[in-house]
Design a protein around this ligand. Structure first.
Ligand SMILES: [Zn+2]
Length: 283
């Protein structure tokens, strides 16, 4: 069964987020706090964090399993779409704009967790976000030095309204895109005093929010065709390079254990479906 957007918990989550956004909104000019993917390095203490060295892994709290809206599809009738996307994919190396962000906003992927257990540093999933504010606002946040853990934030890739593809963090590095989070029962605890996160094994990608989404409403006018094109091409590149299956493409809303995130709002899975199928990644 598919998990459509607008599940019954939607309103509750937005109410929870509402209060938080009002607080954040009071901090004038601090676009950082309004970005959907605040790193939230000050994560909640897990109920029973083991002592370092015990090698006992604290499990994430219960969470609904991810049921991907993407489904197998081996052919696409729209030949023009297939041609366009394959052209875009070939041109990705030239289109990728790499920016140098402040080192406080990202890090290396941990090779050991807080309890000495070895970790696979190959990314194995993708978390999609939205910027809430514009592309340049997000970039300005990332290039700004943030000495406090709670302010540090980044995504690997930003996709602008016109289909611009901006790589802020190399996929080999750890972007600070999600705080207290897990995916299908998995998280990585890198500080025994804090709860875990998906950041160590995730790739984070954020879509620029349209102007009418610069608020805490439950929806906006959605993303452009150019954004879905760019998204599909970046996802295809990552799926290819890191053997990430389509069912490991998810949302910040789903992985967030604090039930505070709702992004990306107004995301149309069907538009991603047809594009990934056109690129041959759903067969
Ligand atoms: Zn987010």
């Amino acid at each position: 069964m598919r998990q459509p957007f607008g599940i019954p918990a939607w309103q509750h989550r937005w109410q929870a987020r509402h209060g938080w956004l009002l607080l954040a909104g009071g901090l004038a000019g601090s676009t950082l706090l309004i970005l959907c993917g605040i790193a939230l390095q000050r994560q909640l203490r897990p109920p029973s964090a083991p002592q370092p060295g015990s090698r006992q892994l604290p499990s994430p709290p219960a969470q609904a399993a991810w049921i991907s809206p993407l489904r197998a599809q081996c052919s696409v009738q729209d030949r023009a779409l297939v041609q366009r996307l394959n052209g875009l994919r070939q041109a990705l190396p030239q289109r990728l704009q790499r920016i140098r962000i402040d080192p406080s906003n990202f890090g290396d992927r941990f090779r050991e967790d807080a309890f000495g257990n070895r970790l696979d540093v190959t990314p194995s999933m993708v978390v999609m976000h939205e910027t809430v504010y514009g592309l340049n606002s997000a970039i300005n946040t990332f290039i700004t030095h943030h000495p406090n853990d709670a302010d540090q934030v980044s995504y690997h890739v930003l996709i602008g309204e016109k289909g611009q593809i901006v790589q802020a963090v190399d996929p080999s590095k750890r972007a600070f895109g999600a705080g207290n989070s897990a995916f299908n029962g998995r998280w990585v605890v890198t500080n025994a005093k804090l709860s875990g996160s998906v950041n160590n094994f995730a790739l984070h990608l954020s879509l620029e929010t349209p102007l009418d989404g610069e608020d805490d409403g439950p929806a906006h006018s959605g993303y452009t065709a150019a954004q879905y094109d760019a998204l599909a091409v970046v996802l295809a590149d990552w799926m290819d390079r890191f053997a990430i299956p389509p069912e490991h493409i998810t949302t910040h809303r789903h992985v967030d254990l604090g039930l505070e995130r709702a992004d990306p709002r107004s995301f149309d899975w069907q538009k991603l479906q047809i594009r990934l199928a056109a690129l041959g990644f759903l067969c």
